[in-house]
Design a binder for this molecule. Sequence first.
Ligand SMILES: [Zn+2]
Length: 469
Amino acid sequence: MSIRFHSEGGAGEVTGSKHVLSIDGARCLIDCGAFQGRRDEAEAKNRALVPDPESISSVILTHAHFDHCGMLPLLAKRGYRGNIYATPATRDLAGVVMMDSASIQARDAEYLGKQAARRGDKFEWKPLYDEEDVIKASSQFITVSYNRPLPIGDGIKVELFDAGHILGSAMAFTHARDRSGREVTIAFTGDLGRKGKPIIRDPAAIPAMDYLVLEATYGDRLHESTSDAMDRLADIVNQAVARGGRIVIPAFAIERTQELVFYFHLLVDQKRIPEIPIWVDSPMAINATSIFQIHPECYDEETHEAFIRHHENPFGFNSLHFSSSVQDSKRLNDYKGPVIIISADGMCEAGRIQHHLIHMISDPSSTILIVGYMAANTLGRRIRDRESEVRIHGEVFKVKARIEEINAFSAHADYHEAWEWMSGLDLSKLKKVFLVHGESSGLSHMAEFLKEKGIAEVQVVKYGETYEL
Ligand SMILES: [Zn+2]
């Protein structure tokens, strides 16, 4: 029995999660994520790191983020025909995420092809996969609800527990029995969420396990409390309304946008902010929101209390509008304010958000509200760092809008929160913790931290290495 980690964590990198659990002849792949980074480097890694489909007997998908599901279509394209196990909400959201990636790759290939032709160069870049491969992968899903143990192959059983990270996110609790009759339990957290996040439940307690594969994205950082987010949001909106300006929020299409909509709904209901128009301006966010609407089985008690019991839709209210067409999106620029516009991309690197920034960034009455992580060298980071000038679509703009930031929205447990979750579990038979999915400083800090807490065996995993269980 062994486990092999195909993921890679390095300074400043977002990893593509892929773990292979082997029991005798069976090999179960947990997640098949995409590596994200500079185009050529990311593409080379993504081509090379997808495991040989012949060697995989089943796949478990923990959640729908691109760095966990993004390479499933490539696995299907290369011939994987087995099952992909996931919760129903993860299957639906992953469909949107994979399709979006296929269409971005197709558009990139077309654009780069035209550029190369103009220069008279030969162009050989091909997308990693297309829409047909996404459809192929989508047809291989077997959906499993939380807490429904299911045999998924010779000697392997899996039970999914709520990870509290994004809608549908799950921890995979696997029970393995080899030919000699030896039994081992291995729990994969996928991405571990946080207590008190809106809409979704807190991370669930899981049964006692022999091995724990734990993510350490925030292995050396602590967040603002989730309970502060709504108060801060109300303050920022009320100040912006008093100035009569517009508020633009760059937000990731999945989870962050719906959390914002959810909070705005509560704030309007509680009359803590005036009923000003709120626009969700991102086709992917609109698709994702409709998936949130059809999965009330993932909502937490507070969401039931506030909305479902009153026959209300958390993601629909009078002042909320969705703009799916480009014309609608352009019309938003004529709004003098106050208005709230939530738009993608979350790091301002592409998409409709850039058009809104062009119209608002030099207007002192406007507010740009940062609610997510901004990677180095992105437009979002430059705005967050309050640089005096930024370049958008090749043009230079003076930054005169008010820049605000709320850090309480993170979907990942920080190291204190991870320990709070772990310390509520039965750790009496725990043999080893494998740490994955983090930058090197976070991983080593988390390892030290867990040892101080009394966990004897903590292994920071090495990419490509196989560990015997
Ligand atoms: Zn995630």
